[in-house]
Write a protein that binds this ligand. Structure first.
Ligand code: IPE
Ligand code: IPE
Ligand code: MG
Length: 249
């Protein structure tokens, strides 16, 4: 398929994409706007991305919306971010339902405003039988916290050391059914994971772009997919020999 004029191989799309939607604040400050205005613009970029996602073969999108570490921000900013989630529920959830999107939440409910928790519960309940795309919203999420909560669940089940293996631990994550992430995209020029999906991204291809999230367009996504399609994923195995090496053999 073609996205924004860029040719992409239909059979080489990542199945599961993770996005660290970063740069709202810098986008705003470069324009002399409030941080909130940056987050509002980020919400528009998110809506555009969801429209694009619907047309691609990507099946699962895990979006980093709010990290455990983001509580360090001002109360005003925090209130504004939760307000955006409420707005998202009112304005976007009906469309997601119509598209048969299965909405999920990853992260810790503890600490979130009670009505925000209810929104996530409602979205998950009302879409749980949907067979379309999967939209996993990571809010009050961090990778280490998810692993810690998985370990807690194991102990609560009466697990002992010999019960632990990778499969058992993976099954105790927030949404084990989603499996590994194939491609992590981070906007805004930062080249770090900031505690995003640590377990699921162990073998993800990483793609960093300088574009701030509010400016992230179909073309930027297409460029990320194009880069992904050019990568050789080895998972620890020996790579395909290159042509020059084959001649030498
Ligand atoms: C990402 O944008 C949104 C959240 C973390 C909620 P930022 O708010 O981190 O934007 P910058 O990094 O300050 O530009
Ligand atoms: C990561 O961005 C969290 C989200 C995008 C939700 P941050 O802006 O919080 O990350 P740092 O602080 O730059 O590492
Ligand atoms: Mg940031």
């Amino acid at each position: 398929m073609k996205i924004a004029g860029i040719d992409l191989a239909d059979d080489k799309f990542p199945q599961h994409v993770g996005i660290i939607m970063d740069g709202n604040g810098r986008w705003a400050s470069e324009r002399g706007y409030s941080r909130q205005r940056g987050h509002n613009a980020g919400m528009q970029a998110l809506k555009d991305f969801l429209n694009l996602l619907e047309k691609t073969p990507v099946h699962i999108a895990t979006l980093f919306c709010f990290s455990k570490e983001n509580w360090k921000r001002s109360q005003d900013e925090l209130d504004g971010l939760f307000q955006l989630l409420r707005q998202f529920y009112r304005s976007e959830f009906p469309t997601l339902k119509k598209r048969k999107v299965h909405v999920l939440h990853s992260g810790d409910y503890a600490g979130l405003p009670p009505d925000v928790v209810r929104i996530f519960e409602t979205m998950q309940k009302e879409t749980r039988d949907n067979k379309g795309k999967v939209l996993n919203l990571a809010m009050n999420y961090s990778g280490r916290d998810e692993l810690m909560r998985a370990a807690r669940r194991l102990l609560l089940q009466g697990g002992s050391p010999e019960d632990i293996n990778e499969e058992v631990l993976a099954a105790l994550l927030d949404h084990p059914e989603l499996g590994d992430i194939d491609l992590v995209i981070r906007t805004s020029g930062e080249q770090r994971l900031s505690n995003f999906s640590l377990w699921q991204s162990a073998y993800a291809e990483l793609y960093f772009t300088n574009i701030y999230w509010p400016d992230f367009s179909d073309k930027d996504f297409a460029e990320a997919i194009l880069a992904y399609q050019g990568r050789e994923r080895r998972f620890g195995a020996a790579g395909e020999p290159r042509e020059s090496e084959m001649l030498r053999a």
